[in-house]
Design a protein around this ligand. Structure first.
Ligand code: ADP
Length: 469
């Protein structure tokens, strides 16, 4: 080996950073490698929304919640496919993980959001409104505590002992994404083990289409370019168990008018969907519960096709409570969100029958006054009567967002082999793992999953008897 550590962590998203920090604080010599030119991975560009059961902020705002309630919401969204033992770990670890982030300098806004599919508001928001508000302080903390951090370092393959235990990695240092054979190969030993936190494969068009042919090149993805899944495929190659790999989630709040996650995703999540409405431009009518879980909303939106072509719906809200939102300002600046003085003007701009839209808004306002959505049974606690111009509107179309499937793990984050045993010395956490969220992950739960299971992986890897290398 060129160098030997106790634990090597691959990937620097929520899961990898939490694992590296936890392992280091537990006394291990830790190397964290990241193939991209910057730390944070897809986590850094995520919306920074963190669902926690029983947070101090919920208590402050008088919101009653419990781990049982959050678990029930997640099981429901998983449609019978969730691995409940893993979900339980995530839910029960959410509050301790939140406290862990506070200890490492993460700051949250002073409100709790109500995300789709959750039965109560429980989603916290970093002050930066991005996952970078977590990955940056955690990276800093890793550095401060002495985790060795390598950028441009791609995990190429596993090194295994004769008995099959994972004892190290070959790593391409000075790797230039996406140049396959750039850089130089080094071999690193891991006395206790390797933790894989390499994220999802939303940007691997070939692999994602193999799993679900409907997710073809016409669909964009919210993910960073490095979400290409080689880490997962390497685990499969050494016999890691594939679990529910075709369960791939689309984000229903995205816009076809910008690339990637963009500005609209954030705007719709915090304002458009919980406050306003989304309508079919052909009828001027709502067509789904704007706060249903992601799968229900995505399926409803993707149903708006004509002659095989998308008919983009329009989501809008009024000016109350959103004017200061930075995403709104930027969205208006780049023209992906538009402002209108009247509902009629809005209708005209998108070719919506104006009378029908005015009627729909009237019906919605009456339902908000009654706190009862008789059309789609949406929770209306954050909804507003749409009557104060300007009205802010955007077009909507889903994008590939999150891979629920991945490699199978135990509740200790050990990687399952296809024979139902574990691969010794190999742990995995975060989006690269499969089964936790079943058919649909709830919003704000990727942060919970990554942070919690990253720490679980580290705690268990720390307990491994070291091999002499
Ligand atoms: P999670 O939310 O599960 O932590 P992310 O997608 O945020 O996942 O982070 C995964 C990170 O792993 C990304 O920064 C990605 O660039 C990195 N990564 C993926 N494959 C490799 C690899 N083969 N070698 C090194 N880093 C990798």
């Amino acid at each position: 080996f060129d160098k030997v550590y106790d634990i090597i962590v691959v990937g620097s998203g929520f899961a990898g950073l939490a694992a590296a920090l936890e392992a280091r604080l537990g006394g291990a010599e830790v190397l964290l490698i990241e193939k991209m030119p910057a730390f944070g991975g897809n986590s850094a560009i995520n919306g920074g929304a963190f669902s926690v059961a029983g947070s101090p902020l919920q208590k402050k705002f008088g919101i009653e919640d419990s781990t049982d309630r959050m678990l029930a919401d997640m099981i429901k969204s998983g449609r019978g496919l969730s691995h409940v033992d893993l979900l339980k770990m995530v839910v029960e670890g959410s509050l301790p993980a939140y406290e862990f982030t506070l200890r490492h300098g993460v700051k949250y806004k002073d409100f709790v959001q109500h995300f789709g599919g959750h039965s109560v508001p429980r989603t916290l928001q970093t002050v930066e409104s991005t996952g970078g508000g977590i990955t940056r302080p955690l990276t800093e903390s890793c550095r401060k505590h002495g985790v060795e951090l390598h950028l441009h370092a791609k995990m190429e393959d596993f090194v295994r002992a004769e008995d099959g235990r994972v004892i190290g990695l070959t790593v391409r240092e000075r790797y230039q994404f996406p140049k396959e054979d750039s850089g130089v190969l080094q071999t690193y030993g891991a006395r206790k083990g390797v933790i894989m936190a390499t994220g999802g494969f939303s940007r691997n068009l070939w692999f994602r289409r193999q799993q679900d042919p409907s997710l073809d090149e016409r669909l964009d993805s919210t993910n960073h370019p490095g979400a290409t899944g080689e880490g997962l495929l390497k685990m499969f190659a050494i016999g890691g168990a594939p679990v529910q790999v075709d369960q791939i989630q689309l984000g229903p709040w995205c816009s076809p008018d910008e690339r990637g996650f963009g500005l609209v995703s954030q705007f719709n999540t915090i304002a458009g969907f919980p406050m306003g409405i989304m309508v079919d431009v052909r009828t001027g009518k709502r067509f789904c519960n704007e706060l249903a879980d992601r799968k229900e909303r995505t399926d409803a939106i993707l149903g708006l096709m004509e002659d095989g072509k998308p008919v983009y719906p329009v989501c809008f809200t009024d000016s109350k409570g959103v004017e200061k939102a930075q995403t709104l300002k930027n969205g208006l600046k780049y023209g992906v969100i538009k402002a209108f003085d009247t509902i009629e003007d809005l209708a005209k701009a998108y070719g919506i029958p104006a009378d029908a839209l005015v009627e729909q808004v009237k019906r919605f306002n009456a339902m908000v006054a009654d706190k009862n959505d008789t059309e789609f049974h949406r929770a209306l606690d954050l909804a507003i009567q749409l009557d104060k111009p300007p009205f802010y509107a955007c077009r909507v179309w889903p994008k590939v967002h999150y891979c629920m499937g991945g490699v199978g793990i135990t509740a200790k984050a050990e990687v399952y082999s296809v024979e139902g045993k574990v691969i010794p010395g190999l742990y995995a956490a975060g989006e690269v793992t499969g089964g936790t969220h079943g058919a649909s992950r709830l919003g704000g739960c990727a942060i919970a999953d990554g942070l919690v299971m990253g720490r679980v992986a580290a705690d268990n890897c720390l307990k491994m008897k070291p091999v002499a290398l």
